[in-house]
Ligand binder design. Structure first.
Ligand SMILES: [Zn+2]
Length: 131
């Protein structure tokens, strides 16, 4: 349990690319820069920030150039290995969400196409000379 008073929190609902909705509860308005994810845009707070380039900047440091496709913010800097690894995990989860959505969309499109074909066959709209 948090030891902060319950009236010092805010709830923000986020819609993920997969359509799932999650509530993010913050117990303070002060965003700890070191703890916030690199996927969160500092301008518009959307969670779509992407790396546009990266290079190792030290034994456990990486330099990242970042871009927000929602508001076109660009930024970057040097970040520690752990933070970059968490960002990488977030990006990988996003890729998995997109692939799952693509699979569902492909299935829905194929189902609709088959249903149209079956309806055309039942209505005698497809004849042997069509082949
Ligand atoms: Zn943004």
């Amino acid at each position: 349990m948090s030891n902060q008073p319950p009236d010092q929190h805010s709830v923000r609902r986020i819609v993920l690319p997969s359509g799932r909705k999650i509530d993010v509860i913050r117990f303070t308005d002060d965003v700890d820069e070191e703890l916030s994810g690199l996927d969160v845009c500092p301008e518009c707070e959307c969670q779509l920030v992407q790396p546009t380039s990266w290079a190792q900047a030290g034994p456990s440091q990486w330099h990242l150039a970042l871009y927000c496709p929602n508001c076109q913010w660009t930024g970057g800097g040097n970040f520690d290995q752990g933070r970059v690894e968490r960002f990488e995990d977030t990006l990988e989860n996003g890729v998995q969400d997109i692939l799952r959505d693509l699979k569902q969309l492909t299935y829905a499109n194929m189902t609709a196409e088959i249903e149209r074909f079956v309806e055309a066959l039942r209505s005698d709209l497809i004849l042997p000379e069509d082949f």
